[in-house]
Design a protein around this ligand. Sequence first.
Ligand code: ATP
Ligand code: MG
Length: 460
Amino acid sequence: MSRKIILLIIASIIGLIALSLIQAQLIQNTYALRKQAFIDKTSKVVGKIGSYGTPIDSIGDAISSVFLKDLDKYSLRMLSKQKLLNRLQKINDSLNPNFIKEYEKEIRSKDLGYDLKYHKTLQSLVLVDSLKSDTIYFNNTTTNLKLVGYDFKNDPELRLGTSTWETNRTFEKKIKGELKKGDYDVVFKTINYMNIDGWNRIILKEMRGLLIFSFCIFLFVIGLFYYSIKNLITQKKIADIKTDFVNNITHELKTPLATLGLATKILKKQEQISPIMKSTISTIERQNVRLQKLIDQVLNNSLGYEELVLEKHKFNSTDFISEILNDFEVSHKDKVTLKRMISSENLKLNLDRFYMTTAIVNILENAVKYGTNKIAVQSKINNENWQLKIQDNGIGISKKNQKLIFNKFFRVENKDVHNVKGLGLGLYYSHQIIKAHGGSIQVESEKGKGTSFTIVLPLK
Ligand code: ATP
Ligand code: MG
């Protein structure tokens, strides 16, 4: 596999991973938002249960009135802390079945659609009298003393919040005939928890649509990625096979053609041949030469500029260009007039004469092929570069096609020029040669008016 394809696969995989991470982050955020909304909604419902005047409220009152009597005893040192707490637990335990019954009734009436359990635990109990503040109970862990409600393990995520009950108590009590008085403040803090069976599942179920959609999109992108890469590799293989095939076949064709050329030459040298034979042999020779040229062109064009081996020498620019133009004029005398604007400066060009001549001749030949009768050639120095501009008044090239003409095998589809033959390799080859020399070629053209090609080569 070529380096380019491997890089492409790596880049695509990185892109895919990045996209997946973003997607996962989005899903996680949605989950967190939905969870919060779910807990808030349920908390609101639970918060309304046990409000003033309900049976649950009266159970709370019953508990507090009995417990306050025990607290009175505690304040008179008639009960130990542990005993007080045991009694608190007992009062709650005795009223708990009632609490659960009433609570269930309430929850059922709310029609939540899922099973919700609830309990109240003691967080702290502080008694303050004129002398001191006495912390009877304090626990900030999650295993607080359970008061009323169901038994379950506390889940910090489903904590509903705390509630505080504060009251000022004055009492008079007859103990063994003696009247005792007391005055204290009590602060009773509770934490409330709820428990919903499989609450994570409930939220995920709500997000089912989003999850399925995300998964499908992910599969679709992976599929698309796999299909594109597979296609790319197949196409690359086909292109390689094609290039190999063209190279081999052209090579194989050259030997019989050379032999054919030799054979026609021998035939031509024969003295006693009829005029018909002579003209037939000439036709065979001409076609043979043409075929050889075409094969050479195809063979050369399978090379990219990096593979061209240049044999550079120094040449005088005026001589170099004049020689090409003189030869060109001889063969196209009747078709075009040539205007030369050659700078008289004696420039030394360092180039491969054979290749550069081919590059320039391809452009000149194109001008003739595509409707020109006047060509202007300008050679000059511009910013340490040698600039050769070849301008024609032919059919011109549209903006869209200007970008494509240097591609291998590209030919403009032209209904007006049916008889112009070509392989679409001339400009590709010229471009490769100029690139191999470290130069560049630009095209400017207007459809119907003409085209100008500018070759720029560095002088150094
Ligand atoms: P080949 O040169 O391989 O025999 P070709 O001339 O079709 O074939 P190129 O020289 O690469 O191929 O040119 C590509 C295309 O660009 C041509 O088919 C032609 O449509 C367009 N083109 C090139 N030069 C000119 C020009 N001077 N004026 C108008 N069109 C041009
Ligand atoms: Mg051409």
